[in-house]
Design a binder for this molecule. Structure first.
Ligand code: SAH
Length: 356
C-alpha cells in the first residue's frame, strides 16, 4: 500500500482525515504541531500520542523524507548549501543565507525544470517531477533543525518553476504562513517566475501578500527569446501586464531579476530599453552577474562594467541593486550542486562542472 503523505495535508485537511479514522479534533491539533512546529521526522517522536495511535498513523501515513546527502558550508560568508534526496531518489538543493535581519532559505519547487533558460544549470536534464507541498516545506524544516535557528525568510528561487507546479506551490505558501505551522509572514516570502502569464494572473487573485520576482533577463521580446524559451509562448508585453496586475491586486512591488551576460544583454541599448520598461513601474531591479555553467558559453561582465550598468540605470531613476554574490566557494549557482552529483554518479570528472 502506498502510504499517504501526511505532511502535505493542510490544517483543515488533517482534521478531516483524523476525523475519518475516528480521532478527536485535539489529536489532529497535536499531530499538526508535531509535524509543522516541532518538526518531527517520525511518528515515534510524537510522545503525547498513545503507542496505538502512533502505530496506526505509521501504518497509513508517512512523513515523506528529504534526506540530507551533502552539506557545504562557505568559508567566505555565512552561506550553506544542502543537497537532499527525496523518497523516490530524486535530488534537490536548497541554500541557507544568514543576514543580520535573519535567516533566509532558498528552496526548490520542482526536481529539475522544463523551462529551458539558456544559462541555467537546473534545466539541463529537464523536469523530473513536481514537488509536493511537504517536500517544499521539509527543505525549510530540515535546515531550521540543522542550523538550530529560526528561518525568517523564504525565497522560492532554487531549482524549478513554482508557477509550473501551481497548486502545490500555493498550498505550500498557505501552510508555511499558517499560524498553526512555522507562521512565516507572507511578506517575508518571495517567489520567482520566468513569466507564466496565466498563472501570474491567478496568483494575483489568491489574496496572498508574497513578493513576486519576475525573471526578465532581456530588455525586449527578441532578446528575451534568445535566453528564455518561455518567451516564445508569452510576449514580454503580456508578462509586464501580468506584473502590473499583480501589483494592482496585491499592492506588492514587483522585483525584476536580470542576469547580466557579457556581450549579450549588458549593452547601452539594454540600458535604454530597460529604463523604458521600468521607469513607469513601482519596482525594484536586481542585477545578477551570470554564474557561468560549463554546458554553455556565457560569461559574466567584468565587475567594473556591471557597476557601470547599474550606475547608468540608477541615473535614469531606476531602483536597482547588484545581487551580492554568496557562497562563491561552494556550488552556489542554481542547480550546480545537483548537477555535480548527477555527473559524479555517471563517473564524469568533477572539473566538468564550472564553479566560479
Ligand atoms: N524558475 C524561476 C525560479 C528559479 S531560478 C525563475 O525563472 O525565476 C531563480 C533565478 O536565478 C532566476 O532569475 C534565474 O533566471 C536565475 N538564474 C538561474 N541560473 C543562473 C545563472 N547561472 N546565473 C545567474 N542567474 C541564474
Amino acid at each position: 500500500m502506498n502510504k499517504k503523505d501526511i505532511c502535505s495535508y493542510n490544517y483543515e485537511e488533517l482534521q478531516n482525515e483524523m476525523q475519518r479514522i475516528g480521532e478527536k479534533a485535539f489529536r489532529s491539533r497535536q499531530i499538526y504541531e508535531w509535524l509543522h512546529v516541532k518538526l518531527a521526522d517520525t511518528f515515534e517522536e510524537m510522545t503525547n500520542l498513545s503507542k496505538g495511535l502512533r502505530e496506526k498513523l505509521d501504518f497509513e501515513y508517512e512523513i515523506r523524507q528529504v534526506k540530507m546527502i551533502d552539506h557545504q558550508v562557505s568559508k567566505v560568508d555565512p552561506t550553506e548549501k544542502f543537497l537532499f534526496e527525496l523518497s523516490d531518489g530524486n535530488m534537490i538543493e536548497s541554500v541557507l543565507m544568514k543576514y543580520n535581519y535573519g535567516n533566509s532559505v532558498c528552496i526548490s519547487s520542482q526536481a529539475g525544470c522544463r523551462m529551458g533558460c539558456r544559462f541555467c544549470a537546473s534545466t539541463i536534464g529537464g523536469l523530473e517531477r513536481n514537488l509536493e507541498p511537504s517536500e517544499m516545506l521539509r527543505q525549510i524544516y530540515h535546515i531550521q533543525k540543522i542550523s538550530g535557528e529560526r528561518v525568517s525568510n523564504v525565497v522560492v528561487m532554487g531549482t524549478g518553476e513554482p508557477l509550473d507546479n501551481y497548486d502545490n506551490f500555493v498550498k505550500f505558501i498557505h501552510m508555511l504562513s499558517d499560524e498553526h505551522g512555522l507562521h512565516i509572514s507572507q511578506r517575508n516570502i518571495t517567489a520567482s517566475t520566468c513569466g507564466i502569464v496565466p498563472n501570474m494572473r491567478r496568483l494575483a487573485e489568491e489574496g496572498l501578500q508574497i513578493t513576486l520576482a519576475l525573471s526578465l533577463h532581456g530588455s525586449s521580446q527578441e532578446k528575451r527569446k534568445k535566453l528564455m524559451p518561455v518567451a516564445n509562448k508569452y510576449e514580454l508585453s503580456e508578462v509586464l501586464k501580468a506584473c502590473d496586475y499583480y501589483f494592482a491586486n496585491t499592492g506588492r512591488r514587483i522585483t525584476f531579476e536580470y542576469s547580466l551576460v557579457k556581450g549579450v544583454n549588458d549593452q547601452p541599448d539594454d540600458i535604454r530599453e530597460l529604463t523604458e520598461i521600468l521607469k513607469k513601474r513601482n519596482c525594484h531591479l536586481n542585477l545578477i552577474p551570470v554564474n557561468p555553467i560549463k554546458e554553455r558559453d556565457f560569461q559574466k561582465p567584468d565587475r567594473k562594467n556591471a557597476l557601470e550598468f547599474k550606475n547608468k540605470l540608477e541615473k535614469n531613476g531606476i531602483n536597482v541593486t547588484i545581487r551580492r554574490e554568496r557562497g562563491s566557494d561552494i556550488d552556489g549557482a542554481c542547480g550546480q550542486l545537483r548537477r555535480r552529483h548527477a555527473a559524479a554518479d555517471k563517473g564524469e570528472a568533477d572539473e566538468n562542472i564550472c564553479n566560479d
